[in-house]
Design a protein around this ligand. Structure first.
Ligand code: MN
Length: 233
């Protein structure tokens, strides 16, 4: 096989305790999946799950114990953090039942669904796609993937985010409106999942803006922490 130019390198995420990395195929995200976050965005929280995507190369991979760098993106003055539990799919499938979802999960990671909230809001108002608000370069920081059998019970795990050492988001994965298994059931009815897919499962309440120079440190119990500093524009 020859190409007219060198293909871009495949985005990948380190795996805890393994030399091999997890190659990223797609990034699915769940919208408004915690009641109190849905409410802060002006919704009741009682709706079927809905999804959007980010490009695979939007990942900003941060190793455990390191602080990653994320550029302050262009065209926004309201750059929001959303701390999320990320599910890494190891076995593909379509129409997966919630009861079988665990068989398709390779592991879990801590991620940030970074959002240009002003642009997202404008697109919502106009009934246009969210891409410019959600799917921009470096919009998906992620820490190492912990294999599922080493992750503990993530469905009951505390999830939190601090900015410059101060609490911004603090909740528990048990408060998901659609839990991980139900999310996989809904998602796999709409798309055939494949190994390498990541699912950003939604953020709890407390989303707010960050500026250049801020350091975000977030975690999900059992999965370590993710630390990222916002660089200048
Ligand atoms: Mn989100």
């Amino acid at each position: 096989m020859s190409y007219v130019f060198q293909p871009a390198p495949a985005p990948s995420v380190p795996v805890v305790g393994r030399a091999e990395r997890f190659p990223v195929r797609r990034i699915y995200c769940v919208g408004r999946n915690y009641v109190e976050h849905a409410q802060e965005m002006g919704f009741t929280g009682r709706e079927p799950p809905f999804f959007f995507l980010k490009p695979a190369d939007a990942v900003v991979v941060v190793n455990e114990g390191e602080t990653g760098a994320m550029a302050y993106p262009p065209m926004t003055s309201n750059f929001h953090h959303e701390i999320e539990l990320v599910v890494a799919i190891g076995k593909g499938g379509k129409n997966i039942l919630a009861a079988d979802a665990h068989k398709h999960i390779f592991g879990y990671a801590v991620g940030l669904d970074m959002t240009r909230r002003d642009l997202q809001g404008e697109m919502k108002k106009q009934g246009r796609p969210w891409c410019i608000g959600k799917a921009f370069d470096q919009s998906a920081p992620i820490g190492p993937i912990t294999p599922a059998d080493q992750a503990g019970d993530v469905n009951k795990a505390p999830i939190w985010l601090q900015v410059n050492g101060k609490d911004r988001q603090r909740s528990n994965v048990s408060k998901l409106i659609w839990n991980i298994a139900e999310t996989i059931e809904h998602l796999s009815a709409a798309w055939e999942l494949q190994p390498g897919d990541l699912i950003y499962s939604g953020t709890p309440e407390g989303v707010a803006a960050v500026v250049a120079g801020d350091t975000l440190v977030g975690g999900v119990a059992g999965l370590g922490t993710l630390s990222v500093k916002v660089q200048g524009a």
